[in-house]
Design a protein around this ligand. Structure first.
Ligand SMILES: *Cc1c(COP(=O)(O)O)cnc(C)c1O
Length: 458
C-alpha cells in the first residue's frame, strides 16, 4: 500500500538507466518502413548518411529491445538525473479526488525540459563521428537551447532555425541559446532556398516547424562537416527519452504503487513516448495493464484530426516519407503559446501505437490548459511550460473522473518542462487576454489534399 504521507521518491544516481528502451522489440507488428522521397522505396542507412552519423542511423532502425547508454552520456545525465517523481498531494486535496496523482519532473535539467535527454547523446555521437557543426530547428526554443548546451559540452557549432512567431514571442530563449554559444536565426530566413521561397510569397510568414526543418536539412545536406539533429519524432529520439519512463518505473515501485493511467502532452511525441513506452512494453510482455493518454492542442490536432498516411517531415519535401498521423506538411497552425506542440505530424512510433490501440488521444484548447497549469502551480509550486499544461489538464480531468466515479486510481504524468521562459503567456492568461485559436478548416483540407500519393509497400 502507498504510504499516505510521502511526496517524493528519490532514486540513487546509480539507478540512472544503463540502457535505453526500444518499444519496437515488443510490438505485435513492426511499424511501416520509411520511404525515399523520390523513389518511394524503403530507405537504407546510406540514404540517411548525409544527415546523421551512422551510430544514430543504427539506433533509428534497430529492433533490439535495449541499447547501451555510453558512459560519458550517463556522466552528464548525472547532473540532473534521476529526475524527481513526486506525488501531487495538495493538488489531490484541491480537487477533492480519491485519485493518486504522480508527476515526473523534467524541468530540473539545465535547459528546463526533457530535451537534453536526447540533445546530449546526439551531440556525443556526432562528436565521435568527427562532426564540427549541427543544424536544427526549434519551435518554442526548448530544443534549440538544449542542443546549444550539448554543443558547448562537446565543442560543436550549433545553428538553430527558430520558428518566427516564437522568436518574436520568446526573446529570452534566443538569449539562452546564444549564452551557450548557439546561433539562432528566425525562420523562414533568407539563408536557404527553402526559406527564400516562402518569404518571396509571404514576407510576414509566421513560420512553422516544417519550414524550419527544411532550412536546417538544406544546410546540413550541402556540407560534409555538418549534420542535422531533430529534437523529437524520430525513433532514436523517442528511445533516448525512455530514461524518463525507466526511472519512473523504479520510483513507482519505491512508492509501492503503479500507474493505472499515464498522461503526456504530444508535439512530436518524444516526452510522451519517454514516459509511456517502458510501461507499454512491460504490459505487452505480460506486466500490468495501463491506460495511456496523449494530450494535444486543439489548434494542431495531428493524432485526433490528422490522417494516418505517408507524409514528409518538412514543408519543402526534403525529408524521407514516414507513415504518421499528419495534418499535411504545408499546414501552418495558428500562433498559440505551446510552441513546442505546433508540428504537423506525429512520431511514426506513437502513430503506430495509436493504430494498434495501445494509446488514446484527446485534444484541448489552450485556455483550459492554462487554467489547469495555474491550478497546478498554486497547489504544487512548479509553474509548468505551456506544453506541459496539456498533460496537467489531462491528468486533472482523469482525477476529476475518479471523483465522479468514486474510485481511486494512480495517475502518472510527465511534467516535461518548467514555464519560466513563458511568463508572457501566463501574464496574458491572467489578464484575460488569452484566446482559443482554431486552425483554418480550408487550409487543413488543402494540406491534406496535398499529401503525397504513395502505394502501400509490401
Ligand atoms: C519540445 C517540447 C514539447 C514537445 O515535444 P515532444 O517531442 O512532443 O515532447 C513538449 N514540452 C516541452 C516542455 C518541450 O520542450
Amino acid at each position: 500500500m502507498p504510504d499516505p504521507t510521502r511526496v517524493s521518491f528519490p532514486l540513487d544516481e546509480s539507478r540512472i538507466p544503463r540502457r535505453w528502451y526500444n518499444l519496437v522489440a515488443d510490438l505485435p507488428s513492426p511499424p511501416p518502413p520509411v520511404l525515399h522521397p523520390g523513389t518511394h522505396r524503403p530507405v537504407g542507412p546510406d540514404d540517411l548518411a548525409p544527415l546523421f552519423p551512422m551510430s544514430l542511423i543504427q539506433q533509428e532502425v534497430t529492433t533490439e529491445r535495449e541499447v547501451e547508454i555510453p558512459e560519458p552520456v550517463r556522466d552528464i545525465y548525472r547532473q540532473w538525473r534521476p529526475s524527481p517523481l513526486r506525488r501531487a498531494r495538495r493538488l489531490e486535496q484541491a480537487l477533492g479526488t480519491p485519485a493518486r496523482i504522480y508527476y515526473k519532473y523534467e524541468g530540473v535539467s539545465p535547459a528546463g525540459s526533457h530535451k537534453p535527454n536526447t540533445a546530449i547523446p546526439q551531440a556525443f555521437y556526432n562528436r565521435e563521428a568527427g562532426i564540427r557543426k549541427i543544424t536544427t530547428e526549434t519551435g518554442a526554443g526548448q530544443w534549440g537551447s538544449s542542443l546549444s548546451w550539448a554543443g558547448a559540452i562537446f565543442g560543436i557549432d550549433i545553428q538553430v532555425f527558430m520558428v518566427r512567431v516564437s522568436y518574436d514571442q520568446k526573446p529570452y530563449r534566443r538569449a539562452l541559446m546564444e549564452t551557450w554559444g548557439g546561433r539562432c536565426i528566425p525562420s523562414p530566413s533568407r539563408e536557404t532556398a527553402a526559406g527564400r521561397a516562402i518569404l518571396d510569397r509571404d514576407p510576414n510568414h509566421p513560420g512553422s516547424l516544417g519550414i524550419a526543418i527544411s532550412e536546417a536539412v538544406e544546410v546540413a545536406a550541402s556540407r560534409d562537416d555538418t549534420k542535422y539533429a531533430l529534437g523529437s519524432v524520430l525513433n532514436h529520439v523517442l528511445m533516448h527519452q525512455t530514461v524518463v519512463g525507466l526511472e519512473a518505473m523504479a520510483q513507482m515501485e519505491s512508492a509501492d504503487d503503479w500507474p493505472d493511467v499515464i498522461v503526456g502532452c504530444t508535439g512530436g511525441g518524444s516526452n510522451f513516448a519517454g514516459i509511456a513506452f517502458p510501461f507499454i512494453g512491460d504490459a505487452l510482455r505480460g506486466g500490468r495493464k495501463v491506460r495511456v493518454i496523449a494530450v494535444e492542442p486543439a489548434a494542431c490536432p495531428s493524432l485526433t484530426r490528422g490522417r494516418y498516411a505517408f507524409d514528409f517531415g518538412d514543408t519543402a519535401h526534403l525529408t524521407p516519407l514516414t507513415k504518421m498521423h499528419t495534418l499535411g506538411s504545408t499546414f501552418t497552425p495558428p500562433g498559440f503559446h505551446a510552441g513546442g506542440l505546433r508540428y504537423h505530424g506525429m512520431a511514426p512510433l506513437v502513430s503506430h501505437a495509436k493504430e494498434l490501440g495501445l494509446i488514446e488521444a484527446v485534444a484541448y484548447e489552450q485556455t483550459r490548459c492554462f487554467e489547469a497549469g495555474v491550478q497546478f502551480a498554486r497547489a504544487e509550486g512548479v509553474v509548468p511550460a505551456p506544453e506541459a499544461n496539456h498533460a496537467v489538464r489531462g491528468a486533472i480531468d482523469e482525477a476529476l473522473r475518479c471523483r465522479e466515479e468514486g474510485v481511486s486510481r494512480a495517475i502518472l504524468f510527465n511534467l516535461c518542462g518548467h514555464g519560466h521562459f513563458d511568463m508572457q503567456a501566463y501574464a496574458d492568461f491572467l489578464a484575460g487576454r488569452l484566446t482559443d485559436q482554431s486552425y483554418d478548416e480550408s487550409e487543413l483540407a488543402m494540406a491534406l489534399a496535398g499529401l503525397p500519393s504513395v502505394a502501400e509497400p509490401g
